[in-house]
Design a protein around this ligand. Structure first.
Ligand code: HEM
Length: 520
């Protein structure tokens, strides 16, 4: 009997030790041997970078640099690259603009040469979007932002009509309604001397949430807003988890945060199902009725009508929309307001134009918007100096040649958009100056290279919402400029920082003063 059990025991131990050895060999290969090979492969081509450290790569130095840079505010200057992407700025000085950096055992090649960037964006058959961090994925949803292949193409085709200029023009009155509601609230807070201090970073987020809700849900706006509110709560939970140490599989543990998030997920799904049903019913009830005003096409309506789209697809696209459209646009508005506060001469130029085109009391119309050229130049210069998305990543789908470099399959290419926008070779000696006049002859003539300006990305995966963002920004700024002059509040601290997007670390307190010709 004893003999029998020990004869079982030996093979078991053997199998276990073989498995363990295999795991160790695989682990060592991934964490030690492969990084050496990759470093060697690139070093033969003249590409170097900070040396790989076992398991953590360069994360420790990288996080250390970023934390140090954001530990105190900076002077009122637009030379923000050293603060915002300190690791890139630091290692570029040592290794040149194209270098290898390790995010744990994942390696990324930085690419800031505009010719190479054009090649990456134009050859989407060789380069795909990389897999986002699981928590970011939870935030951004499995929608347009992250989908790939046929499903991405199908969704992009369905959703595109929402963003055609003709459709967006139909949204102008509702956007204006949200904007005027906001500035009316500021007016109500004016002190006796006609001034009010507001943190525009907070206010613009509420505004853009409102506009995104209308674009996404159209006539179901009220119910849709409630869904977005639930999503916002879920995002907060994700953001909290993001700041904790990352444990693989953590999101599957029944922690308090995860339980809350799963409950929210259920509620979101339930609310959306109800919303879709009501919308379908309204469409049936309304068939044959004469429509007085043409209604703008919205994400929900288009997706409900489309073939091969499930409720889960709609849930994921809503997440994607909310994530991609809300804070990007509110950050553009925030940085532009800060810039116009720092540069009163440009604020005055913008005001002259707005008053000339729209008058001092009338709200801007869709026809006015195209005539606001100075405002367009200001927005472009704001997007150049303070791009809300500071970098993007692509992944080589197979072994591929990029310029003269041999890029192995799986290499992640990090494109530091903000570094391209702050490159003296592309923008000239005044690269760090706020000079909207450089865009006077249009975007293609502003820089020495056509790929020098890429705030919305490039190629097939370019931002689908850019027209909406610019339209909303122009309308908001036009109304603000018409009613108030503004400057930085004494408590403002200049501290551009990245947490997924470029945002003002200590908020954006701005003092608004009512314009004398706009006293109601
Ligand atoms: C100032 C505002 C905005 C900026 C700076 C911005 C920037 C970008 C950039 C750089 C990309 C490309 C990312 C990449 O190639 O990896 C992108 C993609 C995208 N953006 Fe925007 N965006 C803005 C506003 C919006 C708005 C308002 C929406 C929607 C309501 C939106 C929806 C999207 C979507 C869905 C994608 C993915 C497109 C695809 O892959 O097919 N964005 N955005």
């Amino acid at each position: 009997m004893e003999e029998e059990s020990s004869s079982w025991f030996i093979p078991k131990v053997l199998v276990l030790s073989v498995i363990l050895s295999l795991v160790i060999v695989k682990g060592m290969s991934l964490l030690w041997w492969r990084p050496r090979k990759i470093e060697e492969h690139f070093s033969k081509q003249g590409i170097r970078g900070p040396p790989y450290h076992f398991f953590i790569g360069n994360v420790k130095e990288l996080v250390g640099m970023m934390l140090k840079a954001s530990s105190h505010p900076m002077p009122f200057s637009h030379n923000i690259l050293p603060r915002v992407l300190s690791f890139y700025h630091h290692w570029r000085k040592i290794y040149g603009a194209t270098f290898l950096v390790w995010f744990g055992p994942t390696f990324r090649l930085t690419v800031a040469d505009p010719d190479l960037i054009r090649e990456i964006f134009s050859k989407s058959e060789f380069y795909e979007k990389n897999e986002a961090h699981p928590l970011v994925k939870q935030l951004e949803g499995d929608g347009l932002l992250s989908l790939k292949g046929e499903k991405w193409a199908h969704h992009r085709k369905i959703i595109s009509p929402t963003f055609h200029m003709e459709n967006l023009k139909l949204l102008v009155p509702v956007v204006l309604k949200s904007v005027t509601d906001m500035v009316d609230k500021w007016s109500d807070k004016l002190s006796e001397n006609g001034e009010v201090e507001v943190d525009v970073y907070e206010w613009f987020q509420i505004l853009t949430e409102d506009v995104i809700s209308r674009t996404a849900f159209g006539s179901s706006y009220e119910d849709g807003r409630a869904v977005f509110r639930l999503q916002a709560q879920q995002m907060l939970l994700c953001a909290e988890a993001f700041q904790k140490v990352f444990i693989p599989g953590y999101r599957f543990f029944p922690t308090r945060g995860n339980l809350k998030s799963w409950k929210l997920d259920k509620e979101i799904r339930k609310s959306l199902l109800k919303l879709i049903e009501r919308r379908r019913q309204n469409a049936i009830d309304g068939e044959g009725e004469e429509c007085k005003e043409p209604a703008a096409k919205d994400l929900l309506g288009l997706m409900i009508q489309a073939k091969n789209v499930t409720v889960q697809d709609i849930v994921e696209e809503c997440k994607s929309f909310f994530f991609a459209g809300k804070q990007t646009t509110s950050n553009l508005l925030t940085w532009t307001t800060i810039l116009l506060s720092m540069h009163p001469e440009w604020q005055a130029k913008a005001r002259d134009e707005v008053l000339r085109v729209c008058g001092s009391r009338d709200v801007p119309t869709k026809d006015h918007v195209v005539k606001l050229k100075t405002l367009s130049m200001i927005l472009n210069e704001s997007l150049r100096l303070y791009p809300p998305i500071v970098a993007t990543i692509r992944r080589a789908k197979s072994d591929v040649k990029l310029g003269g470099y041999k890029i192995p399959c799986g290499t992640e290419l990090l494109i530091p958009i903000i570094a391209v926008h702050h490159d003296q070779a592309i923008w000239g000696n005044d690269v760090n100056e706020f000079n909207p006049a450089r865009f006077a002859d249009g975007v293609p003539r502003a820089a020495k290279h056509p790929v020098g300006f890429i705030p919305f990305g490039l190629g097939v995966r370019t931002c689908i919402g850019q027209n909406l963002a610019i339209l909303q920004a122009k309308l908001t700024l036009a109304v603000m400029i018409q009613r108030f002059t503004f400057h930085l509040a004494p408590t403002y601290q200049h501290a551009p920082t990245v947490l997924m997007l470029l945002y003002p670390q200590h908020g954006a307190p701005i003092t608004f003063r009512r314009l004398t010709n706009h006293e109601d």
